[in-house]
Every structure is written in structure tokens, then in C-alpha cells.
Design a protein around this ligand. Structure first.
Ligand code: PMP
Length: 286
């Protein structure tokens, strides 16, 4: 991925893609002191850009570091990077990290850096797979208690369990893994939130152990505007037998129907497919 043409925004300047490097003694590499965002530009506009930049700042604050750029400056830098790359439809990845100024558990002597890379990323799952629904297994790892880790942050350290869970699932032929939280409630997939359908009503977990997805918030608003009731509540795994539809939401996943989680089966239905189409129109402003 590092050997390609292009530009990456690093601490305020554009650096050729191949030269956009940090030292091996970067604090973030050793101690996980990094937060990031995942955004998408559709037809020339980054969907919910400011909420993403705000979440990036909040994630850093949850890890006790401050990004030395304002939300408006981060917004502008994301747009400039897309323009510099000549892309109208792309994935946008800002990452803020503590640098190589010192190697110590304490970060008192480290600076915070910000980099923004953008690239072509058409769809996480192809349309055919999406229409059928993807297959998930249960993850071995659980989302931590907010008293154990800053679970509300989009922090690289929290993705350790996501990477292990998703890699294990893919090795066994599944598309993703569903994680429980530390109490045993259904939490989220490794890079997306989850919704279930029962009798025309949507059910989704509260954000006390998961990332409060911007797509999740959008879907809740869209569903309510369509007159669909949304219940935000803790869901026990055994309750999955009572749901008929299930879908994931996320910037990369968009709205992706699910056909299987472990022993439970679902069928993409009118509600999931309707929201999937509505979301596709909303992000493209159609
Ligand atoms: N949960 C996790 C663990 C994620 O990585 C993501 C993707 N950022 C989401 C949920 C969905 O968040 P969003 O809708 O803001 O992309």
C-alpha cells in the first residue's frame, strides 16, 4: 500500500505518498497512542465531514492528547487532500498520533502529529454479497468496559481485538465477527454498528461500550423520519432468535444486510434493503 503515486498531508504539508513515513520509534507504534477517522467522499463531498473531525478531536481528548489543529482546519485539510489526489469518490483517513520525540510509557515529551491519506475504495462488500447478506461468526474478544479502556474513542489500541476477530473470521470463510461487550451484551462488528428488526421495529445497542457510529446516528434519524420506531437497548445474544432482519452500519460498510451470526439466521427484508437504498441516495445527495 505504501508503493504508489500520490500525496499525503502530514503536519500541514503534502508529502509524496512513498515518502510519507514516521520513525520506527514513533510512540504510537509502541504504545498505541493513536486515534483515527474513516470518512467517505461521495460525488465531491465528504459525508458528515465536521462530525468526523469533531470525533477525531474527542477521541484524542479521551486519550489525553490534543491535536494541534482546529476542527475547521482538519475539515479543510481533508478536502485539500482529496483535491490534491484528484478524487471525487474516495475513502478519507485522518490519523493523529504521538511521534518519535521520546520512547517512554509517559508521553510527556512527545508531540502529536496529524496525517491525512485518501484513496479509492469503491465498496467494502460487493452489491451481490450485500443483497444476500453477509455471514458473521461470534468474536472471541469482547469490547472492554469504559473503565478499562477509552471504548468511546476511535483509538488504534481498541482495534487490536477487532483485527484479531476479523482476521480469524475471514480465515474461516466469514465476512466479519460480531463482538459482545464485557457484560455479554451484543456490541458491534469489528468496524461497524449493528441493527436488528422485529415486527417493523429497529433495535440497536446503546453506545456505552461501542463506537457511536456516525452512520448509526444517520440511520436512526432516517428511520425515525420514515416513521420507523427505533429502540436503543441492551440485547442479549439469545434474543437474536426473535429478530427477522439484521444489518451493519458504518462509513465503509454503509448499510450491509447480515444473513448469519453464529447459530442465528436472518433474511435481508424490506426494512434493511429500504434503508440501504435511502442511505445510498442520501450520501450522494440524490
Ligand atoms: N464501530 C467500529 C468499531 C468502527 O470501526 C466503525 C467504523 N468507524 C463503526 C462502528 C461505524 O462508525 P461510523 O459509522 O462512524 O463509520
Amino acid at each position: 500500500f505504501d508503493d504508489r503515486d500520490g500525496w499525503i498531508w502530514m503536519d500541514g504539508v503534502f508529502v509524496p505518498w512513498r515518502d510519507a513515513k514516521t520513525h520506527v520509534l514513533t510512540h504510537a507504534l509502541h504504545y498505541g497512542s493513536s486515534v483515527f477517522e474513516g470518512e467517505r467522499m461521495y460525488a465531491g463531498e465528504i459525508f458528515k465531514l465536521t462530525p468526523h473531525s469533531e470525533r477525531l478531536k474527542r477521541s484524542a481528548e479521551l486519550l489525553d492528547f490534543e491535536i494541534p489543529y482546529s476542527v475547521a482546519e482538519i475539515d479543510a485539510a481533508c478536502k485539500e487532500t482529496c483535491a490534491k489526489m484528484g478524487l471525487d469518490d474516495c475513502y478519507v483517513r485522518p490519523v493523529a498520533y504521538r511521534g518519535p520525540e521520546a520512547v517512554s510509557v509517559s508521553a510527556i515529551h512527545n508531540k502529536t502529529h496529524l496525517a491525512i491519506a485518501v484513496w479509492d475504495w469503491p465498496s467494502y462488500f460487493d452489491p451481490e454479497t450485500k443483497a444476500k447478506g453477509i455471514r458473521l461468526e461470534w468474536a472471541k474478544w469482547r469490547r472492554p468496559d469504559p473503565a478499562t479502556a477509552p471504548s468511546a474513542a476511535k483509538a488504534a489500541g481498541l482495534y487490536m481485538i477487532c483485527t484479531m476477530s476479523k482476521t480469524a473470521a475471514e480465515k474461516r470463510g466469514f465476512s466479519d465477527a460480531m463482538m459482545l461487550d464485557w457484560r455479554g451484551y451484543v456490541a458491534e462488528a469489528t468496524g461497524a454498528n449493528v441493527f436488528f428488526v422485529q415486527d417493523g421495529v429497529l433495535h440497536t445497542p446503546p453506545v456505552d461500550a461501542i463506537l457511536d457510529g456516525i452512520t448509526r446516528q444517520t440511520i436512526i434519524e432516517m428511520a425515525k423520519a420514515k416513521g420507523i420506531e427505533v429502540i436503543v437497548r441492551h440485547i442479549r445474544p439469545e434474543e437474536l432468535s426473535g429478530f427477522t432482519e439484521c444489518f451493519l452500519t458504518g462509513t465503509a460498510a454503509e448499510v450491509t444486510p447480515v444473513s448469519e451470526i453464529g447459530e442465528y439466521r436472518f433474511k435481508p427484508g424490506a426494512l434493511s434493503l429500504g434503508l440501504m437504498e435511502d442511505y445510498g441516495r442520501l450520501v450522494r445527495r440524490l
